[in-house]
Ligand binder design. Sequence first.
Ligand code: CA
Length: 375
Amino acid sequence: MNSMSKNKINRKNFIKKTALAVAAGTGILSCKPQSETKEDFPALITQKKYKWKMVTTWPPNFPVLGEACNYFAQWVEEMTGGQITINVYGGGELIPAMECFEAVSGGAAEIGSGASYYWAGRSPATQFFTSVPFGMNAQQMNSWLYAGGGQALWNELYADYNLVPFPAGNTGVQMAGWFNREINTIEDFKGLKMRMPGLGGKVIEKAGGSAVLSAGSEIYTNLERGVIDATEWIGPYHDYKMGFHKIAKYYYAPGWHETGSTLEVFFNKRLFDGLEPRLKAILETAAYRMNAWTLAEFEAKNNEYLQKLIHEENVELRQFSSDVLSQLKEFTNEMLDDITANDTASAKIYKSYDAFHKNIKQWASHSEKPYHNLL
Ligand code: CA
């Protein structure tokens, strides 16, 4: 007998005993027909309550990303009938944003929310679960994670840190960023100090620029003071709210470096594994809902704010030339060779990612691509 069916039987026995005891104690038993005493009495079961903390890398109530965490807490509370309640903390409210990974790993908080490429310092392989330059889009990332073996690899990687991860949102294709100089050739990246996290930053360095890591809250000041010459952030909705159009002249597309960045929720593994299957299923289901809600929200808002930027703020919208993009792609391939040659976990995960991407790209060339060409 496997452990799952054992658990089921144990739970059934527990439910039956508890229900009978409660029923006998309240005199219900004698009023019920015999057949119903064998049924569950879920409403009468004493349920262990969980009061959990969710630490996030986002500013408090941050549009879409922070809001999604608030919804996650609300959905879990609704689905568990209040058995699990979650307090959501923005970055810096309980702990610094970039300490979520350790806090949840060590059990100081039970749940975390971020993007796996923030944890590249712990393992470079984490980056493949957010985005790879010239990589998969949101729909393809979901396919790889849910149906192509990606989730199992993510679980394996995070298990080493006592964490259980789930996809919990996607930004869709991002924008290439804000520049105060035109980028006409790849040479224009030489000497450019650009804020860009993740694998894309390594590509900027190969192109002769320097990748600067700034937390979201510092980017505006850094760009304004010339600490950086350029920055990427997310897409028109969030970029508008950051006000980059006030201090940068050109807004470039497309976000070659983040073609569909997956966001995450992660749980302390020991605590998650100790939950009964029903509660685990609820948490996983809430993560699915967060994944769908977040992408929908990004896609619904981005064009509205892009139009505001162009028509109300007179932003110059530009697109990288195909030459610039193809050279960035060459540097991407070099960067991926470097990272997979030096890290066995990255090599294993990228092998799966790349095989899945090649396969799904062929399908897209017969489905999405001809369709988009009609638009
Ligand atoms: Ca970004």
